[in-house]
Design a protein around this ligand. Structure first.
Ligand SMILES: Nc1ncnc2c1ncn2[C@@H]1O[C@H](COP(=O)(O)O)[C@@H](OP(=O)(O)O)[C@H]1O
Ligand SMILES: [Mg+2]
Length: 247
């Protein structure tokens, strides 16, 4: 594991306004704390430079979709996401069929990625999108893609993992709803592999304490600039105008 530039102690000192943490069940909190401890255990003490740190814990915790759960830590420097950790606390079912073990994926600008084996995108267009936050605009954008398959899964971290592991070509969510803490870490890991994450007009999001937390103009991400450009030109102009009016 590469050493990252910040220590586990930083987690105790995150300014509350940057912390996104929503849980509905005490058992969830317990499991997520374990996951977070696993993440923090490999972080080397010695804070060098942290401009903005986004931490996201899932609020849509459902027993049926444990592998969708991710704990996200994203670091942005000068409003650009440069480092990300995507921890899946319940990645793999053990031989006993009950216990789940986790894995930790990371990406660092100019260094690379680890914790998983990157795979090329599928040969046909497979879109990954929201499982629980759809609406007519989201569906209209999906229809315009003319995809061979649409995967509906939970969480921005899990959807970006599907891009990184060759399960999907494009992540499209033509709606407000995602926040900076949902996309900072996934975008950093995606960028470290040459991928792109933007709004539905193709504009990159800025990350920092002074920027708005909602990603109001949706999410379009792909494993390569070419796949991203192809998807971008398929999104109907009226949807782009509606979600991301030109200023
Ligand atoms: N309509 C909405 N209301 C609140 N949060 C939303 C939302 N749409 C998206 N999000 C946020 O964006 C994340 C990814 O959304 P989705 O999986 O639906 O694509 C969600 O992760 P969580 O549900 O894990 O908190 C949630 O934090
Ligand atoms: Mg959330």
């Amino acid at each position: 594991m590469q050493r990252l530039l910040f220590g586990s102690s930083i987690i105790r000192h995150i300014p509350p306004f940057l912390l996104g943490c929503h849980t509905k069940r005490s058992s969830t909190t317990c499991n997520l704390t374990q996951g977070l401890n696993q993440v923090s255990s490999f972080l080397d003490v010695g804070l060098s430079l942290v401009i903005t740190l986004y931490l996201c814990l899932p609020n849509d915790y459902q027993l049926c979709f444990l592998e969708h759960v991710t704990v996200l830590i994203g670091i942005a420097v000068n409003e650009t996401p440069v480092a990300g950790v995507i921890h899946q606390p319940f990645y793999k079912l053990e031989n006993d069929g009950v216990r789940k073990t986790g894995r930790t994926i990371w990406g660092l600008q100019d260094v690379g990625v680890g914790g998983f084996v990157p795979c090329p995108p599928p040969s046909s267009l497979i879109i990954t999108t929201t499982r629980s936050h759809s609406n007519p605009t989201v569906e209209k954008a999906l229809q315009a893609m003319n995809a061979s398959q649409i995967l509906r899964v939970g969480g921005a971290g899990y959807k970006v993992l599907q891009l990184l592991e060759g399960k999907a070509s494009v992540y499209l969510f033509a709606s407000p709803g995602c926040k900076k803490w949902d996309t900072c870490a996934p975008e950093a890991v995606l960028r470290a592999t040459g991928g792109v994450l933007s709004d539905v007009r193709g504009r990159t999001y800025r990350y920092g304490a002074a920027v708005p937390r909602p990603n109001a103009a949706g999410v379009l991400a792909a494993a390569s600039p070419q796949l991203h450009a192809d998807a971008l030109q398929k999104i109907p102009v009226e949807l782009k105008e509606k979600l991301a009016p030109e200023t």
